[in-house]
Design a binder for this molecule. Structure first.
Ligand code: PRP
Length: 180
């Protein structure tokens, strides 16, 4: 049964798992047994990260970053505040940043630039969702689950006012929920 605030299911839990299998297979092949440092961007990416890492056939380390936009909403410069940084050096490592969604792209653009300065061996982006219509920054994901239309999506980690993260599917929120 649908949650009362949900207009429709956009991507089902089964579809997410199937696509995550495909992405994990590609990552396993691309890195051919090389170790990977998977960096989860808290909090939205937690569920995608947890499902993705256990499907990849490689030596994997985990790390976590928490970021938040500067002031009210992301500034046009795309500057974000680091609330929690990666716990160790990444020099010489294969890093994959794991995100739930690329929207304006400002967060990932900033993060990728920041982490590149620390001289990783390689750096790529895996994102469950991509909303290309909203893009402001010049950034592309390397591993994308689904392209989504410019609708308010929640569930499978994504929130509105910190709610709905635990819904198993990616869903479209009823407009009256965020318009009131
Ligand atoms: C979301 C998402 C990305 C960012 C994408 O995070 O997880 O980090 O916004 O937006 P952008 O492409 O426009 O920069 P949010 O700040 O909502 O935090 P959360 O992950 O804790 O939900």
């Amino acid at each position: 049964m649908l949650h009362k605030d949900i207009k429709k299911v956009l991507i089902t839990a089964e579809e997410i798992q199937k696509r995550t299998d495909e992405i994990a297979a590609r990552i396993s092949k691309d890195y051919e047994g090389e170790p990977i440092l998977m960096v989860c961007i808290l909090r939205g990416a937690v569920l995608f990260f947890a499902d993705l890492v256990r499907k990849i056939n490689a030596e994997i380390n985990f790390d976590f970053m928490a970021v938040s936009s500067y002031g009210a909403g992301l500034s046009s410069s795309g500057e974000v505040r680091i609330m929690k940084d990666i716990s160790g050096p990444i020099q010489g490592k294969n890093v994959i940043i794991v995100e739930d969604i690329i929207d304006s792209g400002n967060t990932l653009c900033y993060l990728k630039r920041l982490l590149k300065q620390r001289h990783p061996k390689s750096i790529r982006i895996a994102a469950l969702l991509d909303k290309p219509e909203r893009r402001e920054a010049d950034i592309e994901g390397d591993y994308i689950g689904f392209k989504v239309p410019n609708e308010f999506v929640v569930g499978y980690g994504l929130d509105y006012n910190e709610k709905y993260r635990n819904l198993p599917d990616v869903c479209v929120l009823k407009p009256e929920v965020y318009e009131k």
